[in-house]
Design a protein around this ligand. Structure first.
Ligand code: HEC
Length: 145
């Protein structure tokens, strides 16, 4: 028991940037989960399933911006497995590319926030934001079974 406590303490101290691996996995999954909810609203709106609403578009894009900013720091080396993670080992083999994709995602979301002011501009710009999701998942996220 004492040994376990010691091990846990060591782990929490050593976790990259002070983020404990299990926390990092839970946090990145929670941010991505919020991205999923925000993106679904945008997607349904772009299909016309729900009516266009600029305030909802902006709120959803802000959720994505928050995720794009915070998620990259949540992949420390000791968070490759566990916590039900779907992260693939390729992330740690191609960290520069993986991080660059988050930078591009951030940029596309910021651009969308700046450009979208009506339904027409929304329909023109939204697909650029969605491309980021599938492009990264294809390489770095295990397919859900
Ligand atoms: C640069 C890479 C990258 C981008 C961009 C990205 N994702 Fe992800 N996403 C991941 C990775 C990696 C995981 C797996 C995380 C884990 O399980 O630890 C993930 C997981 C998810 C999950 C599952 C969360 C859970 O419950 O475990 C959802 C939903 C999701 N992403 C939605 C999105 C949406 C929607 C977008 C675009 C708006 C997006 N992602 C953009 C890399 C990315």
């Amino acid at each position: 028991m004492k040994r376990l406590v010691l091990l846990l303490m060591t782990l929490s101290v050593c976790g990259a940037g002070g983020v404990w691996a299990a926390d990092a996995i839970a946090q990145r999954r929670a941010l991505m989960h919020d991205d999923g909810i925000a993106a679904k609203k945008l997607f349904d709106m772009s299909k016309g399933t729900i009516p266009f609403d600029l305030a909802v578009v902006q709120a959803s894009l802000k959720t994505l911006a928050n995720g794009a900013e915070k998620t990259p720091a949540l992949f420390p080396d000791d968070s490759k497995t566990g916590g039900g993670t779907a992260a693939l080992p390729a992330i740690w083999q191609n960290k520069p590319d993986f991080n660059a994709r988050f930078t591009k995602f951030s940029k596309d979301v910021a651009e969308a926030l700046a450009k979208i002011n009506d339904e027409a501009s929304f329909k023109a710009v939204a697909p650029k934001v969605f491309e980021n999701c599938g492009g990264c998942h294809e390489l770095y996220k295990a397919k859900s079974s």
